[in-house]
Design a protein around this ligand. Structure first.
Ligand SMILES: C[S@@+](CC[C@H](N)C(=O)[O-])C[C@H]1O[C@@H](n2cnc3c(N)ncnc32)[C@H](O)[C@@H]1O
Length: 302
């Protein structure tokens, strides 16, 4: 579609209507984001350009969004917890609901007795969770882990752009970071957890997020189980796990954390998902030594 000479303000109104008709849930915001991208400015500054003729390429961007390509992949960036991150096809696009997971983690980290906690983000993807935590808690030492080499490369670039220090390891959750066993204060994970065969309603997710980031085996919990085993191994006594999973998996996930290795286990609903919080149990203290009350005992003094 072309509409030469149309002002940016009018073009945004037209694009908003087109995106609404295509069922895009964030139609107005996306129309503004696409206009900002076409103009080479930020969404906040678009208002100042409303009388400027809209660039011709704007309509090609709108057509892509009408076809339900994620707006983040069209503009190459995603805003997460107020920071801008690079995104690209082949790597999971960060979702707003994961911001709640991060808020819980940051709150917990700030309440810990140590100002220099060790944090591991399993299934780090583009690194948004690890990098946000490192930026919000500057004393933290953060490591991100992902099986996808492409995701790890992108995460490294995102950390450089954000100017925070995060280490990224490209490996399987199941075998990750044995050198940190028993030393970690907080483990975070947003693993793939959709059961194979379950319908995904959002075309943006179904058609554009990588399979490795979505599917978690027959019950969706294959990688979640690996996360539980790895967190059990990595966490120091009293350390915390924060795990995002599907709202339809609450009972199954709670059951996974039912043994004595875990305490203070709770599951919290978020807008679209659920977050399990669990604490690695302290080892049982040995019984204090009892004084010897044997009345027949002879104490020899020199
Ligand atoms: C749902 S995405 C989450 C990405 C990121 N943490 C976020 O919230 O935007 C899940 C990530 O787990 C990674 N992954 C899948 N299976 C894995 C495994 N066995 N070990 C490590 N990473 C894995 C995928 O490559 C993907 O980047």
């Amino acid at each position: 579609m072309t509409a030469s000479g149309l002002s940016t303000g009018s073009a945004i109104k037209g694009a908003h209507a087109m995106l609404d008709a295509a069922g895009v849930p964030t139609a107005e915001r996306d129309a503004v984001s696409l206009a900002a991208y076409a103009l080479g400015t930020t969404p906040d500054a678009v208002g100042a350009h409303s009388e400027v003729p809209v660039p011709a390429e704007f309509w090609a961007l709108v057509d892509r969004r009408v076809a339900r390509e994620p707006v983040e992949l069209i503009v190459g960036a995603s805003y997460f917890c107020g920071r801008r991150f690079l995104v690209e096809p082949g790597v999971f696009v960060p979702k707003p609901e994961t911001e709640e997971l991060v808020a819980r983690v940051v709150e917990r980290l700030r309440a810990l007795p140590t100002a220099t906690p060790r944090v591991v983000d399993l299934c780090t993807g583009s690194g948004v969770v690890a990098i946000t935590v490192a930026a919000e808690v500057p004393g933290a030492t953060v490591t991100g882990v992902d099986l996808s080499g492409q995701a790890c490369d992108l995460a490294v670039r995102n950390a450089a752009t954000a100017e925070v220090k995060v280490a990224f390891e490209c490996c399987d959750v199941a075998t990750a970071l044995p050198e940190l066993d028993g030393l970690v204060d907080v483990v975070i994970a947003n693993p793939p957890y959709i059961p194979v065969g379950r319908a995904i309603g959002m075309p943006e997710v179904r058609d554009h997020d990588p399979a490795l980031a979505l599917w978690g085996g027959p019950d969706g919990l294959d990688v979640v189980r690996a996360v539980e085993r790895t967190a059990r191994r990595l966490l120091a006594p009293g350390g915390w796990l924060f795990l995002e999973h599907g709202p339809y998996q609450v009972q199954a996930v709670l059951a996974m954390f039912g043994d004595a290795a875990w305490s203070q286990v709770a599951d919290h609903e978020t807008v679209d998902d659920a977050v399990l919080v669990a604490r690695r149990a302290e080892p049982e203290r040995p019984e204090p030594e009892r004084p010897d009350h044997d009345p027949n005992r002879i104490i020899r003094e020199q």
